[in-house]
Design a binder for this molecule. Structure first.
Ligand SMILES: Cc1ncc(COP(=O)(O)O)c(C=O)c1O
Length: 394
């Protein structure tokens, strides 16, 4: 008998991913269809990438149109779709300069390089992060990721880094000084379990940023591009990061990362001091323009906030019904975490049996990252099944 695709996967690939026991045939809107014909309601959205759902007509049309023009030219050329996307993001974000990469982690690497070059000569050398953070898998980004499971065995990391305890204002005050080059943070931590930075912490960060003049680097790779109902997660706070990185949703499913910088860092990179072969690929940027059109021009970002509030209110109802199981509900918009007082994987597995896809992160947190086009009825369906599963566990 011939080997199954799962056997082949296990045989050929480095064992880095626990894949789902599903073989997907196609996706449409918020649904995935497996080859055996079963339909899945997707509250995981390609790990925060598929903000517009699957097979979105504006994205597929933009990609189709671009591939018949040219798929790649190289960064020796100005390319209309790449410039159009840059302009759209600059206008929506209010930042001064942009650089396109291929992934989130590469955008973080670029942000580290900008910070290093900016601090060079200023005697600012220390880069800080928050505990429980996730910034990517390449060595620079991993040096600023405070998740032991991802770091073990890869030492040594970048020197002159340290971690501030999440939301601990005292620790923040104690760890920053004149030598602080920058602080990188997710205002809403994704992999770490949908942990939301407190207003108090953000306010203190802003005061210290003004006092010591270090760079605030916002990692908006998961929370950005409208997911929380605002263009960036940090827009829920009164703070102005100097550098912002986005990725995931911006490429509409194609690999694309973005670094944005304000006036302070606008002139740091000069010709030849940073680069990429594929970053800003015109097909990915054409898809990105379609994403920006839907999210900004057509108001889908606002919708993500509205439907997210609905979903959150339902999750809070669930918490009230099962206080012994649901510890806390956290997040904004279409980025929500339901923190259980036990491992979440059995709940995820049972939902999968019932045709709904969610994810569990940091052991106990059920993570919801639905496409922004999710409807109240689909949210109700998830909550109905969650209610029935938690009742069995109660
Ligand atoms: C907050 C955050 N930063 C960085 C990354 C790394 O992005 P990528 O996987 O595109 O390299 C991720 C990916 O999950 C992320 O959620």
């Amino acid at each position: 008998m011939s080997e199954s695709i799962f056997e082949k996967e296990s045989k050929y690939f480095f064992h880095t991913f626990h894949r789902l026991p599903l073989e997907i045939d196609r996706g449409e809107g918020v649904y995935l269809y497996a080859k055996d014909g079963k339909r899945y309601l997707d509250f995981f959205g390609g790990l925060a990438v598929n903000a517009l759902g699957y097979n979105h007509p504006r994205i597929t049309a933009a990609i189709e149109k671009q591939i018949h023009r040219y798929i790649h030219l190289s960064n020796y050329y100005v390319q209309d779709k790449t410039v159009e996307l840059a302009e759209r993001i600059i206008i929506a974000s209010g930042y001064k300069r942009i650089f396109f990469s291929n992934s989130g982690t590469e955008a973080v690497e670029g942000a580290i390089k900008i910070a290093r070059k900016w601090g060079n000569g200023l005697e600012k050398i220390r880069l800080l992060n928050l505990t429980n953070s996730f910034h990517g898998r390449t060595m620079g980004a991993l040096s600023l990721t405070e998740r032991p499971a991802y770091r073990e065995g890869y030492e040594p990391f970048l020197p002159n880094t340290d971690s501030i305890e999440f939301n601990n204002v005292e620790d923040l005050r104690a760890k920053v000084n004149e030598q602080t080059l920058g602080i990188i943070l997710e205002f809403i931590q994704g992999e770490g379990g949908i942990n939301v930075v407190s207003k108090e912490f953000a306010q203190e960060l802003k005061s210290l940023q003004e006092k010591f003049g270090f760079l605030v680097i916002a990692d908006e790779i998961q929370a950005g591009v409208g997911r929380t109902g605002k263009f960036f997660g940090f827009n829920h706070y009164d703070i102005h990061p100097d550098i912002v990185v986005i990725a995931k949703a911006i490429g509409g499913g194609l690999p694309l990362g973005v670094i944005l910088g304000n006036d302070k860092v606008a002139e740091v990179l000069t010709y030849g001091t940073h680069g990429t072969t594929f970053g800003g690929n015109p097909v990915a940027c054409a898809a990105g323009c379609a994403v920006m059109e839907e999210i900004v021009d057509k108001g889908l970002m606002k919708q993500a906030g509205i439907i997210g509030e609905y979903l959150k209110s339902k999750a809070i109802e669930l918490q009230k019904q099962f206080p012994a199981i649901v510890k806390e509900v956290r997040g904004y918009g279409c980025m929500l975490g339901i923190d259980l007082n036990r491992g979440g994987q059995p709940v995820v597995d049972e939902l999968l049996n019932r045709g709904i896809l969610i994810n569990c992160t940091n052991t106990t947190v059920l993570r919801l990252l639905p496409p922004y086009i999710i409807t109240p009825e689909q949210c109700d369906q998830l909550m109905f099944e969650l209610h029935s599963i938690l009742k069995l566990l109660n």
